[in-house]
Design a binder for this molecule. Structure first.
Ligand code: PLP
Length: 239
């Protein structure tokens, strides 16, 4: 079994050390054979760097690509990307050394405390509901207002939140920047103002609400097809 710890891999181990009740999710669980975690997310390294861990070397061997009889010489690479920038590896190493365990613990603590504030304050807003019992990736929905409309009014206030489907909602993944003074209070204040706008003004003329609304009704195969058309269109700028 593979564990996708892209988002959580650099938070959960530190959260556990801070005393949060984090269920086992790693190699401590029997049957987990590989885990990915993104240094380029909460590891604070540049994009393009990531980590995959295997329980045993045999599994790793399947990701290695070799061409022993290539006329250009021997070719072998352990990653999908062949030629790759040494800069990314060096900068990732530097970020990890710079922050160290102490730095990651400090950042995690602040992010989780910010998360607690946002969850508690959002729960006080009667029009909204928090999905699940989150720590720092907070998904919000509503039974009384179209959440995508709230999301659009939040965008007008410079909060670029990510829409969710099934159930409809949006989420915020808190980062270190959200822990800066005044940011969490602005978020809650802007949520309240955006709800007011949604009730008083209805759907704005621009925004993502119609797109997210449509995706909730389109069958999955049609959606996949549309996404492929988008990629084709992006790669064919002359047509
Ligand atoms: C849980 C999870 N898995 C995978 C990915 C994909 O990561 P990447 O964009 O580095 O391929 C993301 C990105 O946000 C993620 O949050």
């Amino acid at each position: 079994m593979h564990v996708d710890a892209a988002l959580g891999g650099f938070i959960l181990p530190f959260a556990r050390k801070l005393g949060y009740d984090i269920p086992q999710f790693d190699f401590a669980v029997e049957g987990v054979t590989s885990i990915n975690l993104d240094t380029h997310k909460y590891g604070y390294a540049p994009k393009g760097s990531s980590v995959i861990l295997y329980r045993d070397p045999e599994l790793f061997s399947y990701q290695v690509y070799t061409v022993g009889d290539w006329t250009g010489g021997i070719y072998f690479t352990p990653t999908t990307l062949g030629s790759k920038p040494g800069f990314t590896i060096a900068a990732t190493w530097a970020a990890m050394l710079y922050l160290g365990e102490e730095g990651y613990m400090k950042i995690t603590k602040e992010i989780l405390e910010t998360g607690k504030y946002i969850v508690n304050e959002t729960r006080k807003i009667s029009e909204l509901k928090i999905l699940g019992d989150p720590l720092w990736i907070i998904a919000i929905s509503s039974d009384s207002i179209n959440p995508y409309v709230i999301m659009d009014y939040m965008a007008q206030r410079n909060w670029h939140l990510i829409g969710l489907i099934n159930p409809p909602g949006f989420h915020i993944a808190l980062t270190y920047r959200h822990t800066l003074p005044g940011v969490k209070e602005s978020f809650i204040n802007d949520l309240r103002e955006s709800i007011k706008d949604a009730i008083e003004k209805g759907q704005p003329t621009t925004g993502m609400a119609p797109i997210y609304g449509a995706t909730a009704f389109l069958p999955k195969d049609q959606l996949d097809l549309i996404l492929k058309y988008v990629i084709d269109w992006l790669y064919n700028p002359w047509e």
